[in-house]
Design a protein around this ligand. Structure first.
Ligand code: DAH
Length: 369
């Protein structure tokens, strides 16, 4: 309802009263009219129109009452008119104020109702990420070697041929250089080219160059080879190099460390064996085998019925390497190993395709949560 002052026009006909009772009656009508108008003011805009209609200075009802009833009234009624006008004004002001408070409260209630949260609704389940299986292997291996007193170090993925080959006793025309199909970077004429390291072994040399024994480090990191990607190859994969050099390190220490590591990583039932092998930077060199994790050593497809699977390469550091880093080969001895992180993860979780690690398919990844 629009509280338009027009609605009071009829009432504002001339006062036309002879007694104070008649005055009171006319004011009573106005008050009734105001109360009716008030009931229709249910929001802020309605309230403002109501206020302007009744209290507006120029043409509000009270101004009209003052001009057309009070001012021209007979002297004997002036007092009654004035008093009634004051009472009406007080009533209007009080009513407007309580109306305003009510409207504000109602508006706030409706905002609250609109924004109300239903705490009993089920939440939106956000899928949690998990650590990548390779990252989990890194962390597990780091844990094992940290507990043996090793430190974790890292080195550049871009290497010089000196660190990647030369100082590891792999001379220029050695076939080992061909085996590790290497990514070379373009180099300015005359400058020796940089390459992407083909293994983490260069960090053996970089570490020993900087530090005299005792040395106990592992080096986790990425390595690169020019291989076409398939189930067992990638142009990038991960290794963890290990190196321990000190006085009196023997082959027994080496064997004990390797066995301890394999049991910690693959479980107490796993047995290891060392098979003679060849690496230019170790002498003697070995392949570390473990009893097949899939058949327990009985023989299956994975281990080609042998009961054994190949884990990683290792050996006693070749004294020739000490020559590159100014270590006294008569005084010091040590061992090194190079773990393939993809391979160890594959064996632990029975993963049959290397590419799965790098495709970021959640159906694969969420199995390692
Ligand atoms: N660097 C070798 C490779 O990438 C792995 C390796 C073998 C590392 C024997 C070693 C080691 O430290 O002693 O194939």
């Amino acid at each position: 309802m629009d509280p338009n002052p027009i609605s009071t026009g009829k009432i504002l006909s001339p006062l036309d009263a002879a007694t104070p009772e008649q005055v009171a009656a006319r004011f009573g009508e106005l008050r009734k009219q105001f109360d009716q108008d008030t009931a229709g003011a249910t929001d802020e805009n309605g309230w403002k129109s109501l206020r302007d209609a009744w209290l507006g200075r120029k043409s509000g009802v009270l101004t009209q009452v003052t001009d057309t009833w009070l001012k021209p009234s007979k002297p004997e009624l002036k007092r009654a008119v004035g008093q009634s006008l004051n009472e009406l004004k007080a009533h209007i002001e009080a009513a407007l104020e309580s109306r305003r408070v009510a409207i504000e409260a109602a508006a706030e209630q409706s905002v609250l109702a609109r924004e109300r949260e239903d705490l009993s609704l089920p939440g939106v389940a956000r899928p949690l990420g998990s650590r990548h299986p390779l990252r989990q292997t890194f962390e597990e291996i780091e844990r094992i070697f940290l507990s043996l007193g090793y430190s974790v170090v890292s080195g550049p993925e871009m290497e010089t041929p000196y660190y990647n080959f030369e100082a590891l006793h792999i001379p220029e025309h050695h076939p080992a250089r061909d085996n590790m199909d290497t990514f070379y970077m373009a180099a300015p004429q005359g400058a020796s080219p940089l390459l992407l390291r083909t293994h983490t072994s260069p960090m053996q040399v970089r570490t020993m160059e900087k530090q005299q024994p005792p040395v106990r480090i592992i080096v986790p990191g990425k390595v690169y080879r020019r291989d076409n990607p398939d189930a067992t190859h990638g142009f990038m994969f991960h290794q963890i190099e290990g190196l321990a050099v000190d006085t009196d390190i023997t082959f027994c220490d080496f064997k004990g460390t390797v066995e301890y590591f394999v049991r910690e990583f693959l479980g107490p039932k796993i047995k290891t064996r060392l098979r003679p092998s060849y690496f230019p930077f170790t002498e003697p060199s070995v392949e570390v085998d473990a009893t097949c994790v899939f058949c327990g050593g009985k023989g299956c497809n994975v281990c080609k019925q042998s009961g054994w699977i190949e884990l990683f390469g290792a050996g006693m550091v070749d004294p020739a390497v000490y020559g590159f880093v100014n270590y006294d080969a008569k005084r010091y001895s040590g061992f090194a190993f190079g773990l393939g992180v993809e391979r160890l993860t594959q064996l632990k979780y029975n993963i049959n395709d290397l590419q799965l690690y790098f495709q970021n398919d959640v159906r694969f990844l969420r199995q390692f949560a």
